[in-house]
Design a protein around this ligand. Structure first.
Ligand code: NI
Length: 157
């Protein structure tokens, strides 16, 4: 169990394409555990491997629906509807912005045992799946923000 350092916007690694995972290894299992530790420590909803400096297609998510999701080599196979809401990212600390996303997605992936899974997400989970999958291809939500990127501190004051 370990907290890993979260890379922030401006770090080149966040712009790179991640490689698919071919086999599960003890090292990758440890990475997944560390990613959950890091996610909870940072109070986030999702974390992708490049955010901790690893260019592999691995995502962990917890949107408070009672599940811990692991997605390896995820691919969104269906999307529908639309939701417009605010979004943030652990790699863009202190900021948030308005992003429109599908309201419903189905993603196929492998779980931590390299078994095929499908996750169906609505609302926040759909948003999170889209956001995290984009990390694996070198994209950040700030590229999609409608209007200004805003300061979370300004809102609290
Ligand atoms: Ni993010």
């Amino acid at each position: 169990m370990a907290i890993r350092q979260i890379r922030t916007m401006g770090d080149e690694i966040l712009t790179k394409e991640c490689k698919p995972v071919k086999e599960m290894t003890p090292r990758l299992r440890e990475l997944i555990e560390d990613m959950f530790d890091t996610l909870y420590e940072a109070n986030g909803a999702g974390l992708a491997a490049p955010q901790v400096g690893i260019l592999k297609q691995i995502v962990v998510m917890d949107v408070d629906d009672g599940n811990q999701y692991v997605m390896i080599n995820p691919e969104i196979i269906e999307q529908s509807g639309s939701q417009t809401g605010t979004e943030g990212c652990l790699s863009v600390p202190g900021k948030y912005g308005t992003v429109t996303r599908p309201d419903h997605v189905i993603v196929k992936a492998l779980d931590e045992n390299m078994e095929p899974i499908q996750i169906e997400g609505e609302g926040l989970l759909a948003r999170c799946i889209c956001h995290e999958c984009e990390h694996l291809h070198g994209h950040l939500y700030v590229e999609r923000v409608e209007g200004e990127l805003m300061d979370t501190e300004a809102e609290e004051e």
